[in-house]
Design a protein around this ligand. Structure first.
Ligand SMILES: NC(=O)CC[C@H](N)C(=O)O
Length: 172
C-alpha cells in the first residue's frame, strides 16, 4: 500500500469482499502464505468472481504467494489456487525463511537499470506456457513473467524503495 500511495493516478484500496473485487480496476495478490490465502479465497467465496474478472481482462499481479495462487499448476502439491496463468510454480523453491536473500538484476522489458530483488521463502517458475513472456531469470530459473493482463514475480518489489515494477504494472 505504501508503494502504491507514492504513485500518481493510483488509489490503493484493500480488497476483502466480492463487492470490492467488482469495483477495482486492477489487483495485486501479495506475498504471505499461499495456502492460507487460498483457504480465505475459498471460505469467503471470492475465487469465482476473481477468476471471472481476470478472464475478462482485469490486470492482476501476484507477488510470491500471489504468484503461486495465479499458477495453472503447483509442482508436487495440491493446495488451493486460482489456476489462471499458464505457469508451473514450485513453492519454497529456494528453501526456508533462513534462505531468504536479495540480489539485483536488469530486466530489459521493465527497466534499463538493475533493480533490487528480495526473495522470502520464494517460489520459482519451472515451466511457462508459450503465451507467457519471461521477464527475468535468476540462476536459470524464471522469476518474473507476464501473460497478457497477468504479471507474476517470485520477489517482493514492495520491500524496496524502487517503484519501477509498480509503474510497469500500473501501465497494464
Ligand atoms: N514471501 C512469500 O510470499 C512466501 C510464499 C510462501 N512460501 C508460500 O508458499 O506461500
Amino acid at each position: 500500500m505504501n508503494s502504491l500511495q507514492r504513485l500518481n493516478d493510483v488509489l490503493p484500496v484493500e480488497v476483502k469482499s466480492q463487492k470490492d473485487i467488482e469495483r477495482i480496476d486492477s489487483l495485486i495478490i501479495p506475498g504471505g502464505e499461499s495456502t492460507t490465502i487460498g483457504k480465505l479465497l475459498r471460505d469467503f467465496n471470492l475465487s469465482g468472481c476473481l477468476v471471472d474478472r481476470i478472464h475478462s481482462g482485469m490486470p492482476v499481479w501476484g507477488t510470491c504467494a500471489g504468484m503461486i495462487l495465479l499458477a495453472r499448476k503447483i509442482v508436487e502439491e495440491d493446495s488451493i489456487h486460482l489456476g489462471v496463468m499458464d505457469i508451473e510454480v514450485r513453492r519454497n523453491a529456494y528453501g526456508s525463511q533462513l534462505d531468504s536473500f536479495s540480489c539485483s538484476a536488469v530486466m530489459d522489458k521493465v527497466s534499463e537499470y538493475p533493480i533490487e530483488l528480495v526473495f522470502i521463502r520464494a517460489p520459482w517458475i519451472e515451466r511457462a506456457g508459450e503465451n507467457v513472456e519471461v521477464l527475468a531469470v535468476h540462476e536459470c530459473k524464471i522469476i518474473a513473467a507476464r501473460q497478457n493482463n497477468m504479471l507474476a514475480t517470485s520477489f517482493h518489489p514492495e520491500l524496496t524503495d524502487d517503484l519501477t515494477f509498480h509503474k510497469y504494472f500500473a501501465g497494464f
